[in-house]
Design a binder for this molecule. Structure first.
Ligand code: IMP
Length: 172
């Protein structure tokens, strides 16, 4: 893909096992509640679809996106959360991430959601790179922990390509 070679890392079955585990854990912790899933695009679309197919409680879903651009701040890059039109007051919100790497994207989403006073807020990610994580927010539900390597497939891209792959591949 592009200029790089990849080898298989996680097969579809193993991925779906991780998805089901997360769906069951969220359901167990939200018994009797209506959950609002907030999926962070683009990468989480496949995870979100499979997670909802395996979620047995009442739930709704909405999609948000973190837009990064080089602004005029001293730090260089500014990020903004777009697409959050829902009233979150009194809601039980679960953020859905495809992967948590450094945790910067998650932090942006988490703080923006918190400002809107949800009743509860949890974080779910399919993939987690503990060795790369620099955040202090708890990752409440992590499907599969992986080493600090670049992966592609199942919604995740390498420079735009690979999101359609059913398995996950790592760079070699
Ligand atoms: P962060 O470093 O936790 O903010 O991760 C930011 C975003 O980078 C994720 O939501 C993914 O879209 C992307 N990303 C992080 N690690 C990988 C990877 O190994 N493959 C493809 N995309 C990744």
């Amino acid at each position: 893909m592009h200029d790089k070679a990849f080898s298989i890392y996680l097969e579809e079955d193993a991925i779906l096992e991780g998805v089901k585990k997360v769906a069951e854990q969220i359901h167990r912790d939200h018994a009797g509640q209506r959950v609002l899933f907030l999926a962070v695009l683009n990468g989480s679309f496949m995870f979100a679809a499979d997670l909802l197919k395996n979620y047995e409680g009442d739930c709704e879903i909405s999609f948000v996106k973190v837009a990064s651009y080089h602004g005029m701040s001293s730090s260089g890059t500014v990020s903004e959360l777009i697409g959050l039109t829902e009233n979150l007051e009194g809601r039980h919100v679960v953020i859905l991430e495809d992967i948590v790497d450094t945790g910067l994207t998650l932090k942006k989403v988490y703080l923006s959601v918190m400002q809107r006073n949800p009743s509860s807020l949890k974080v779910a990610t399919l993939l987690f790179k503990p060795d790369a994580y620099k955040g202090d927010l708890p990752i409440d539900y992590a499907g599969i922990s992986i080493p600090n390597e670049f992966i592609v497939g199942y919604g995740l891209d390498y420079d735009g390509l690979g999101r359609n792959l059913r398995n996950i591949y790592k760079i070699i």
